[in-house]
Design a protein around this ligand. Structure first.
Ligand code: SAH
Length: 200
């Protein structure tokens, strides 16, 4: 998988290393295990999907450019795969999920990996995680119609937020905080499940 990611243009060796350390097959339903290393999104139940390896690697590469991830919030933990990759690179990771059975599944998937710097929370991530904010990095794994204000507000000085933005047409958008200025840069077109409010 790492060789393919390299061929697809991922250049950050630290990201490639982290991707190589996390066994993706652990996060995919049995019976689908054979395709765990294919580069496609796969179902994880509750109409949600595990992100494809290239997209996980690409998002983390964009966020890392020239700096460490630091204290990181992931919105949309799903089955926990991307959270495990983030935990290889960030000092602390808080991953939130709004569907409780998925969160339980993520906990189960992640337990054997023993990642002491990763915490999972059952919460509506559109609101961020006020009790732990500010964050150096925020990564959103579901597509928002617009940038949630709380997430911007919970960025530390110099912090970065990366999220898929849009409905039918989605694009990765990076927001960098400098004081109270927020600089936006647009990246690749993507396809994510929608970011929804509230918890289930
Ligand atoms: N990060 C996962 C991908 C999960 S798919 C991976 O590594 O594969 C996106 C997830 O975002 C879904 O599980 C969905 O339930 C969750 N989600 C959507 N809106 C959310 C919100 N407001 N707060 C928290 N999680 C949310």
């Amino acid at each position: 998988m790492v060789d393919r990611l390299r061929d697809q243009g991922i250049r950050d060796e630290k990201v490639l290393e982290a991707m190589g350390r996390v066994p993706r097959e652990r996060f995919v339903d049995e019976g689908l295990g054979y395709s765990a290393f294919d580069d496609t999104p796969l179902p994880i139940g509750y109409q949600q999907t595990i992100s494809q390896p290239f997209v996980v690697a690409r998002m983390i590469e964009i966020l890392r450019a020239g700096r460490e991830l630091g204290k990181t919030l992931e919105v949309g933990a799903g089955c926990g795969y991307q959270a495990a990759v983030l935990a290889q690179l960030a000092s602390e990771v808080y991953a939130v999920e709004r569907i409780r059975p998925l969160l339980e599944k993520a906990k189960e998937n992640l337990r054997p990996l023993r990642l002491p710097n990763l915490r999972l929370k059952y919460a509506d991530g559109m609101l961020g995680l006020a009790e732990v904010a500010p964050f150096d990095t925020i990564i959103v794994a579901a597509a928002a119609r617009e940038v949630p204000v709380e997430l911007k507000q919970q960025l530390a000085p110099g912090g970065r937020l990366l999220l898929p933005l849009g409905v039918a047409e989605q694009r990765l958008v990076l927001i960098e905080r400098n004081g109270n200025l927020f600089k936006e840069s647009r990246y690749d077109g993507v396809r994510f499940v929608p970011l929804l409010g509230g918890v289930e």
